[in-house]
Design a binder for this molecule. Structure first.
Ligand code: 13P
Length: 253
């Protein structure tokens, strides 16, 4: 049984004061939901404040990126060790990082390894562009993005997020069937590479224009283990509704 996960990726939004206000608004209700892993990923500068606010609750904290070196002369970067003191998870390889900061499959894999070494659980993002999708390259792109991910990474608690780039921030979400089909392909591919046991255990989330209005369509799908939510995770009522619907649909399954 895979426990569903709903993770909020706040991206480059919220000042520390705004982050604190948002967490205070959500904490009591989020904390009460017990059959879903609830993760919030605020910007680096808010992690310490949010960590204090969620202390003693069931809410988990994630960062949005890291650098793979342990420490040293890497001005402006954040190391795995620094994050391990603050949070439990870290988003790695988000398409915005691949696209705007030239992160390659090799770099992303180094980051995954570095996170695992300090006990941080990666949420590894993969997904194709619209052009790749329309030219029938989705499976090849996803296979390539997963080519370096090791069995050990899967069995140490890595979560995958399938985020088609054409669905991110566009309001044009995939359909539930599309998400289920592609995530099913990903699981099948992992099964061929690493065996059935690992493939059945790994959680695979859908991400891309998920809202309180469409979350049910995704969560109902057998292959979809939750969602990585961008814009809608910045509104307490939306995020709470997404988590609550996930909880009741999974309870009913
Ligand atoms: P949106 O939910 O804003 O489309 O963003 C999705 C995303 O990129 C989450 O990581």
């Amino acid at each position: 049984m895979r426990i569903p996960m709903i993770a909020g990726n706040w991206k480059m939004n919220t000042t520390v004061a705004e982050a604190v206000a948002l967490v205070k608004e959500m904490r009591p209700e989020l904390d009460r939901i017990d059959n879903v892993d609830k993760v919030i990923c605020p910007p680096f500068v808010s992690l310490a404040a949010v960590k204090e606010l969620i202390k003693g609750s069931s809410i988990k904290l994630g960062a949005q990126n890291l650098y793979f070196e342990e420490k040293g002369a890497y001005t402006g970067e954040i190391s795995p060790l620094m994050l391990a003191e603050l949070c439990q998870l870290v988003i790695i390889g988000h398409s915005e990082r691949r696209q705007y900061f030239n992160e390659t499959v090799e770099l992303v894999d180094k980051k995954v390894q570095a996170a695992l070494q300090v006990g941080l659980k990666p949420i590894l993002c993969i997904g194709e562009t619209l052009k790749e999708n329309e030219s029938g390259k989705t499976e090849a792109v996803l296979t390539n993005q997963l080519s370096s991910t090791s069995s050990q990474a899967y069995s140490t608690g890595l979560t995958l997020a399938y985020e088609p780039i054409w669905a991110i921030g566009t309001g044009r979400a995939a359909t539930g069937e599309q998400a289920n089909q592609t995530i099913g392909f990903i699981r099948h591919h992992i099964s061929k590479q690493h065996g059935q046991e690992i493939a059945q255990a790994v959680r695979i989330l859908y991400g891309g224009s998920v809202t309180a209005e469409n979350i049910a369509e995704f969560i109902k799908q057998p292959e979809v283990d939750g969602a990585l939510v961008g814009g809608a995770s910045l509104k307490a009522s939306q995020f709470l509704s997404i988590v609550k619907q996930t909880s009741s649909i999974k309870r009913g399954k």
